[in-house]
Ligand binder design. Sequence first.
Ligand code: BG6
Length: 369
Amino acid sequence: DKGGWSSFMAKEVSEEPEAVANTIRGRVRDGQVVVPELDGMDALFADISRIIVIACGTAAYAGAVGKYALEQWTRIPVDVELAHEFRYRDPVIGPDTLVVSISQSGETMDTLMAVKYARERGARTLSICNTQGATIPRESDAIVYTHAGPEVAVASTKAFVAQITALYLLALHVARVRGTVSSAEGEQHVRELEAVPEKISQILDREQARIEEFAGWMADTRSVLFLGRHVGYPIALEGALKLKEISYIHAEGFAAGELKHGPIALIEPGQPVFVIVPSPRESALIHSKVVSNIQEIRARGARVIAIAEEGDAAVLPFADEVLRIPLAGPLMEPLLAVVPLHIFAMGLATAKGLDVDQPRNLAKSVTVE
Ligand code: BG6
């Protein structure tokens, strides 16, 4: 039931705040993350020396965001790999490896086969999944469910923010067990995460209509590029994937630092480029580097759409549009910056008269390898 919305995707984007809030619920005790499903597994988390995250599509980009938090908070090295690449390259894994799979459906065959392979090789497996009792969690040693609610539209939206949330909870849980984050810091991160749903709601309230309007003007666009750095990089990839999936427009995401090593050759007058601008409060250096990237592409005629935090005035002289996201704690920006990109993809596909829920050639859950 679309509940009055024009599409399931529109409904599911509107549910992004609850997807985050419901995934956090019941997993915070006295200001610290305690995931009840991981009770009794402290020894597992004490013993591992590496984490490999495996997933496909949007779930893999959630994993790529989660890597930053997992490494920063747990100090365990993390690799993120596409599930279908992982098992065919004789990976070095064993009992000290925790393989974290991420899947909305819990049925994606590529991911399932990779989990089975990891288990056969002696690795420990943990599944982040949105569907109770699905096959992948049943095949895993541990499960952390996302509570995004059923997702019907083929292109994943609310499950994506729930997956990042679950990864952050996992990171804080493991960091607590291993003592790599103090309880004061842990409490601070929890507060920042708990503030995210309200901030997503603000973006939906303040920016959705404007984004849909300019997506409407761009219905004839043939190519859109997305740039991001640090945690903004996987968000650029997700923005591009969503656009490909539902609006059939050529779209590519790049690491902003890579621009000068190739992609800048693509910039010609009028080329739309979304740039996810990191918070200047978090790192003035990274922020200034991304602002120079914007200047470089603007000088070559790019049409720049910046996603920047409120009050960041440095982008104003060089951006054609600035989409604002509220100030948030460190590492929380991806949960906010992705929302305008989901709205944009949906707005553009709608302007082209396409079925946003059932894009051509795609299935919600791919149960063949
Ligand atoms: C694709 C879907 O086929 O599978 C994507 O079209 C999704 O939206 C990907 O991200 C992975 O699916 P799941 O269920 O494993 O998260």
